[in-house]
Ligand binder design. Structure first.
Ligand SMILES: [Zn+2]
Ligand SMILES: [Zn+2]
Length: 480
């Protein structure tokens, strides 16, 4: 018999419905392996529509070709139909016998899909994904609007297509993959609030085993190179046709997403879903840069070039780490005004002034201890290098168009011991809980970074606005 553990979510259930399910052998917490989907199926038939219950049964594993799931629920989209590839030997293959549940159009979920750079992204219907061992199915609540997604949309960073973009999420735990370690299920119980990091560490490669989750080999070899998780497969498929759809990180701009548990941290109830989404990329990236690359010490002077979502997060973290002079550089006065609220002690408009000269002037001619480049442009890459003092650190965190190169004055680099350090993110398992804590205690203020909110069906416009420079700090898309 090949049925996996069953009940995944039970909320808002009516007493009558509980009794009916109880008599059919299902418990409210976990229906044990082999709890017979067929039995549950017959219960389902007896539940009137009025008493629909948000309960999801895991997929049928009786045949590798069967993708059956059942779910019932008000306000829950997790209602899969019996797939066309279902085996005739499957107990659930009575197509239409529970019509309205198996074959329910709401079994799909909506997701923002990128297909080709000449076309805008679009909302498409996908099957609700199934988690594997060590993975968590999350009902996505919010997802940030990041330049990395925009690079993919514009074809500037090649990525497998079609794919679901979005990599900065918060949500509610809905399901654990079969055979998931109990430590994980205890840490992220069903119904708990979580935040996901965009670098999803495998936990066991050479770098992960050293604690360097930000360099995880599998994340780059599978997710970034192929758009899959670490068994080489995506979890996303178009609803109906089962065409594979790849995942940019977890493919977070969707009503549900799958995240390896290593990339998750608990979100306390005091932190809101919407604003907290930026913890998984903007703040995560800034924290990694300030902690592991810049190694900021109290009293350090810092210049941050590019005050978007990541740059403005760098200002706040630099302030939290005790930096003394914090210089914000941008070309928009509106962003520079906001920078002052976030911790900048000085601001430089690089259109009105020579940024390098001004930074030198502010620092008594020396240059800053640390300069951070958050735009990914050759010109600001050079500015960043020119702004650091002898022996200083130039930290590069802005992703550029694929193939971009930056100039370095080799002799100064050599003679004056300039350090050029790249930094892509942070270490999910060590850092993400600390980042959450910084927000929880108010050391990091999320509200001031999240400048705009969009509804899910406004996702296309959100990226257009980002592309046109209309987003001051960070925008977040609310998914409900
Ligand atoms: Zn991002
Ligand atoms: Zn790894």
């Amino acid at each position: 018999m090949g049925f996996t553990p069953v009940i995944l979510r039970l909320t808002g259930i009516s007493t009558k419905a509980v009794q009916r399910l109880s008599t059919s052998g299902a418990s409210t917490a976990v229906a044990t392996a082999g709890a017979r989907l067929a039995t549950a199926c017959s219960s389902a038939r007896s539940v009137t529509r009025k008493e629909q219950i948000p309960i999801v049964f895991d997929r049928c594993y009786s045949s590798s070709s069967c993708y059956s799931t059942i779910s019932l629920g008000v306000g829950h989209h997790g209602v899969d139909k019996h797939d066309d590839r279902s085996s005739s030997s499957c107990n659930l293959s009575e197509r239409g016998s529970v019509a309205g549940y198996h074959v329910n159009p709401s079994s799909s979920m909506r997701a923002v899909v990128f297909r080709e750079s000449s076309k805008p992204v679009s909302l498409e219907y996908l099957q609700i994904p199934r988690p594997k061992s060590g993975e968590v199915l999350i009902k996505t609540k919010a997802c940030g609007v990041c330049h990395s997604d925009l690079h993919v949309i514009k074809g500037e960073i090649p990525f497998s297509a079609p794919c679901v973009i979005g990599h900065e999420i918060t949500g509610e735990v809905v399901e654990h993959g079969p055979l998931t370690d109990r430590k994980i299920t205890d840490r992220f119980p069903i119904g708990s609030h979580v935040v996901g990091a965009f670098i999803m560490p495998c936990g066991s490669c050479f770098y992960c085993s050293k604690g360097h989750d930000d360099l995880c080999e599998d994340f780059f070899a599978y997710n970034r190179a192929k758009g899959t998780l670490y068994d080489g497969e995506t979890r996303l498929f178009l609803h109906g046709s089962r065409e594979p759809v790849y995942m940019y990180s977890m493919g977070g701009l969707a009503e549900y997403c799958i995240v390896p548990a290593n990339a998750l941290a608990n979100l306390p109830s005091s932190l809101p879903y919407t604003e907290s989404a930026i913890l998984g990329c903007a703040v995560f990236t800034a924290y990694g840069a300030m902690t592991h690359a810049a190694e900021v010490r109290p009293g350090d002077s810092i210049a941050v070039v590019g005050i978007g979502g990541v740059g403005s997060s760098c200002l706040q973290i630099a302030r939290a780490f005790g930096a003394s002079d914090i210089i914000a550089v941008d070309i928009h006065d509106e962003k520079l005004q906001k920078a002052k609220v976030l911790g900048a002690t000085r601001t430089v408009n690089a259109i009105k002034e020579d940024a390098v000269e001004k930074i030198k002037e502010i620092t008594g001619g020396m240059g800053v201890d640390i300069a951070v480049e958050a735009l990914g442009k050759p010109k600001t890459f050079l500015q960043c290098l020119q702004s650091v003092r002898d022996g200083g650190k130039a930290v590069m965190i802005g992703l550029a168009k694929a193939g971009s190169t930056g100039e370095i004055d080799i002799n100064r680099l050599v003679r004056r011991k300039i350090k050029v350090i790249g930094s892509y993110g942070a270490r999910a398992r060590q850092d993400l809980p600390k980042i959450v804590r910084l927000a929880e205690t108010g050391v990091f203020n999320l509200d001031t970074v999240v400048s705009q909110k969009y509804k899910f069906d406004e996702a296309v416009r959100a990226f257009q606005d980002l592309d046109q420079g209309k987003i001051v700090s960070r925008a977040v898309i609310e998914i409900d």
